[in-house]
Design a binder for this molecule. Sequence first.
Ligand code: R5P
Length: 283
Amino acid sequence: MLVPGASSQALAAALADELGESLAAVEYDRFPDGETLAAVPGFDADAATIVASTASNDAYVELLQLQDAVREAGASAVTTVIPYMGYARQDKAFEAGHPISARAVARAVSTTTDRVVLVNPHEDAVADFFDVPVDIVDAAGRLAEPLPELDAPLFLSPDSGAIDIAETVRDAYGEGETDYFEKVRHSGTDVDITPSDADFEGRDVVITDDIIATGSTMSEAVGVLADGGAKRVFCATVHPLLARNARTKLARAGIERVVGTDTIERDVSEVSVAPVLAGEIER
Ligand code: R5P
């Protein structure tokens, strides 16, 4: 039985369809003091697959509550699908006295599940922080589907670390070159992007990345391309977090369109990762 987290309800329903399984009747509530309560009244299956992105602290607590609730209701096998794993980018202690936050949340999740499935985490090594087996799904290929017909397409990643995503999207699209920018991050919202050597004037460019968070990285890259004479600039991202004023930054930079998946359910979530997740879960 599929058990949706509050922020992954559409994806859980799509995954239930793909797998031919039923959806649990989940209730999300909040006490007057602000504490959350996620419950599964009437849950009576032996196996539970919880689908919950953790883009907020509340979502993490709800995930832990759902894992505990299905165990209480008698589930003997629990799989936890975390389509977008919050805190995954805090994968080291950046200064003395800092926590390794990704490890802290991974350990907590591991206490009441048997298996975890992640979609394009920032670094695959985050899997090592869990105390249960972890499978990683690459959904970047889905991002090619909503793209229109492109003129002499160039698929660019904002840094060398994300070139795999550019290549995957290009391969799924079927044609085009790939390249990457050099990126220097000065702070959470201050990013410098140095143009690639690729000739982008008059061409359609798709900038690909695992996540758009504050939009600082993407808007810098879009600005460089728009100023340099690119024809149209698209952003394709697995996790369209789009925090704070990210949309405004992208619009002001001259973006044509953002396409994303439903690991984080937003209006730009044009494609579902459900088919790729179903393939992994059934494997
Ligand atoms: C960093 O290496 C990631 O791949 C993304 O480029 C980054 O996390 C995006 O964050 P923001 O949208 O805040 O620039």
